[in-house]
Design a protein around this ligand. Structure first.
Ligand SMILES: [Fe+2]
Ligand SMILES: [Fe+2]
Length: 258
């Protein structure tokens, strides 16, 4: 694992439908970015508060890399979010609010185990998405080189640190039943938050909401028997198997959406 220094000024880099000239895929990626800075700060809290209990020196070192990587991601996504909201005349403050409320609540209330389990769950969702971006979308879809580089950097570091929160959780708690229960709830909550954000971007940009809904229901890349929905479902089911480990799982996973 290592930290890649990455800086970008997003002024003039944002275009209207930057992924493949596809307005809806662009909305999905912009919505994804909205939740990242607040989410990543919560993951850093969840890992930091467990540091005193981590006895393995190698894992402690990985935690320090994880924290630094997430801190850099949060900073750059905040800059990206400001730029795309400015470009589309959207209020970042109000788009970010549902995520801020959810993660601030999580940071103030609930147990440390709950926060770490939530982090493990979201890190799995992030790894699934990152793998899909690097192995499929980046290769198949046209996008401006700078934005391709930005998302590639984040996705590569997500795959790089995909096992850290899971390993910390297993070393300290090793309670898979509780983790699976939190995973179930978290995936529902986070997908709802993202759906809400994507619809908010559509409504506030005065785009056609019916066409967006239709795209979500019929776009082949999403709905095909080997499509993205199926890929997510399989990845959710695999997470819950006793033998699941992020490293081996993503090491052998091959994508085929055709
Ligand atoms: Fe990240
Ligand atoms: Fe991460």
């Amino acid at each position: 694992m290592h930290i890649t220094d990455f800086k970008m000024d997003f002024t003039d880099k944002i275009t209207l439908n930057w992924i493949n000239n596809d307005p809806y895929m662009t909305v999905i990626f912009n919505a994804l970015s909205i939740g990242l800075p607040v989410g990543e700060r919560m993951f850093m809290i969840a890992i930091k508060e467990h540091l005193p209990k981590i006895t393995n020196a190698n894992l402690r070192q990985q935690c320090s890399i994880f924290i630094n990587q997430e801190m850099n991601h949060a900073t750059m996504h905040k800059a990206y979010n400001k730029a795309f909201c400015q470009y589309n005349q959207l209020s970042l403050e109000s788009l970010e609010k549902p995520f801020r409320d959810a993660f601030e609540q999580l940071a103030k209330t609930n147990t440390a185990q709950f926060r770490l389990a939530t982090t493990v769950a979201i890190e799995h969702l992030t790894a699934i998405t990152s793998h899909m971006y690097l192995e499929y979308l980046r290769e198949q879809y046209k996008m401006p080189p700078e934005l391709k580089q930005f998302w590639s950097w984040h996705c590569q570091e997500e795959l790089d640190h995909r096992a850290v929160a899971f390993d910390v959780y297993m070393q300290i708690y090793s309670d898979r039943a509780y983790l699976n229960q939190i995973f179930e709830q978290t995936t529902k909550d986070i997908l709802n938050l993202y759906k809400l954000t994507a619809f908010a971007i559509i409504v506030r940009s005065r785009a056609n909401i019916k066409l967006f809904r239709n795209w979500l229901e019929h776009e082949t890349l999403l709905t095909h028997k080997n499509g993205i929905y199926q890929y997510f479902q399989e990845s959710f089911a695999n997470f819950k198997s006793e033998s699941f480990h992020p490293t081996s799982y993503f090491g052998s996973l091959k994508l085929n959406f055709s």
